[in-house]
Write a protein that binds this ligand. Structure first.
Ligand code: GDP
Length: 485
């Protein structure tokens, strides 16, 4: 079903225009053409915020609410700072307004807004917003618009830095073309400050105990002097937007700790897109001085491969059930695990020990068949291990971290950590190139014209798939449409 949008535009006289529509692109065009909301003074010039709603009623109710808001409250909304919005609601004595607001919160927000209830903080000012009409004189001769954000991210740890991080990640997650240019600029500035953290991927089926474990591990690491960032890749949230607020409360103590930073999964796009955003968010956390970055994912589909492809070490969490390991082997996840953790060992110690033995022998088998160089025991190489823990009781967290430290030392000494990162960076580049080419291909006018017919012909068996592909590629490369017709 088509979503409804509530949006805020900045007008030439400094006021804000609030509206709703089911076709945001068309509506912006109408504003630009002066067909809607345009008076000699009140010319809408800039899209400041947009949020998505499932129903027109929901959108309308929210539009009416915003219209009654003070300027400060509107600006807090544009900055995605829901906490500030709540605060303002309370400070005006409208205590009852707060829960109503939460209910009316849009399913998805764009523009400057945060992806969820995360602390985004101060507005990005004019820097990251899109003028409806491009005004080059505002672009020339200015300091880099992302500079303040960059300074904030690499600045002192504390609330100001956290807000800058959240704003930076929101900018990186934005799908708007003009934001992308700024995001790239920001990444280039941040890059020299990245790379020092240890990147740990953690995966497992829902209910295995990931968040319980990450909470215990995070608090343990903080007690050891580390700063810990947790990012999630949740493929299900790309559909439902579901886990966004839930994630934060999952790690109750860690999420409020000043030395921890938790960012839920970006809420839109394909897995490839979500993974790209997470990779970039990881760089922001590193530049901010977080020295352990944990990327968590649910054990479904390709997300585990994506996480293994962006971290230094990939940890698979398993339950002490027989057969659980077979699932992981079938999906090819066991092969990429550097460490397997058997959680909930407190429930049945014997079952956990049996699972440990089984998985250890599976890992040996996999290394013999899948990776010949790991088959013999070489002390300079890491051999995947299995550890038992109880995340709930906090047991085994220290021996888990000892294994991680050993992995890190070995892989640093034998050069594999560096090679892994180089390979990851290059495959990340190629992945983005492939995605970009595919998009450009699909958007090419000749391809667009030819594609429906070719698809129909291939489906009906009138033309071979490879011939159709060649025709389409040719259509793109030399506009050979006429010749093919
Ligand atoms: P996630 O979906 O993988 O993040 O799993 P959760 O961390 O939310 O845990 C799912 C359930 O398992 C919760 O009720 C936890 O309290 C419970 N749990 C997690 N770890 C352990 C453990 O080590 N032992 C026991 N007995 N229960 C656990």
């Amino acid at each position: 079903m088509r979503p409804f949008y509530v949006y805020i535009l900045r007008c030439a006289d400094g006021s804000y225009y609030v509206g709703h529509t089911d076709d945001i692109v068309l509506r912006l065009q109408q504003h630009e053409n002066g067909e809607v909301g345009y008076t000699s003074l009140r010319k809408p010039v800039e899209l400041m915020w947009q949020g998505e709603f499932e129903t027109r009623e929901g959108a309308l109710a929210f539009e009416l609410q915003i219209k009654g808001w003070s300027r400060a409250k509107k600006e807090a909304l544009m900055a995605g700072d829901w906490e500030r919005v709540q605060e303002l609601a309370l400070s005006h004595g409208k205590v009852a307004g707060a829960p109503r607001l939460r209910q009316a919160q849009p399913e998805r927000v764009g523009g400057h807004g945060a992806q969820g209830g995360d602390e985004v903080g101060l507005p990005l000012q004019d820097e990251a917003s899109t003028p409806l009409t491009v005004q080059p004189e505002h672009v020339e001769g200015r300091a880099k618009p992302t500079h303040a954000l960059f300074e904030g991210v690499i600045g002192h740890p504390g609330p100001v830095q956290r807000r800058a991080m959240s704003k930076a990640i929101t900018l990186l997650e934005s799908t708007r073309v003009d934001h992308r240019a700024q995001a790239d600029e920001l990444l280039t500035q941040l890059l020299p400050h990245t790379g020092k953290a240890f990147r740990l991927g953690i995966s497992g089926v829902p209910g295995v105990g990931k968040s319980t474990f990450i909470e215990a591990l995070g608090l343990y690491l903080i007690s050891q002097g580390h700063r810990v960032a947790v990012l999630t890749i949740d493929p299900s949230s790309t559909v439902s937007g579901g886990s966004i607020l839930g994630d934060k409360t999952r790690m109750e103590h860690l999420s409020v700790h000043e030395k921890a930073y938790i960012r839920p999964s970006p809420s839109s796009g394909t897995l490839g897109g979500v993974a790209e955003k997470t990779r970039e968010a990881m760089l922001v956390c590193e530049a901010a001085g977080y020295d352990v970055v944990i990327v968590e994912t649910v054990g479904v589909g390709q997300s585990e491969i994506a996480v293994a492809g962006m971290t230094d070490m990939f940890v698979l969490m398993q339950l002490p059930n027989a057969g659980d390991d077979l699932q992981a082997i079938k999906k090819g996840v066991m092969e990429i695990a550097d460490l397997v953790v058997i959680n909930k060992a407190d429930i049945d110690k014997n079952a956990a020990t049996r699972a440990e033995a089984q998985i250890t022998s599976s890992l040996r088998l996999l290394s013999q068949h899948g990776n010949p160089e790991n088959a013999h025991h070489d002390e300079t190489l890491w051999h995947p291990k299995v550890v038992q823990i109880s995340a709930l009781l906090g047991q085994g967290v220290d021996s888990f971290w000892a294994a991680v430290t050993q992995f890190r030392q070995l892989q640093t000494a034998n050069g594999r950590l560096a090679t892994r990162r180089e390979k990851q960076a290059l495959s990340w580049m190629w992945e983005r190139i492939d995605a970009g080419l595919k998009l450009a291909f699909r958007q090419h006018p000749q391809v667009k014209e030819l594609l429906p017919q070719m698809q129909a012909d291939v489906a009906a068996g009138r033309i071979a798939a490879s011939t159709a592909a060649r025709n389409l590629l040719q259509a793109q490369s030399n506009n050979a449409l006429a010749a093919i017709k």
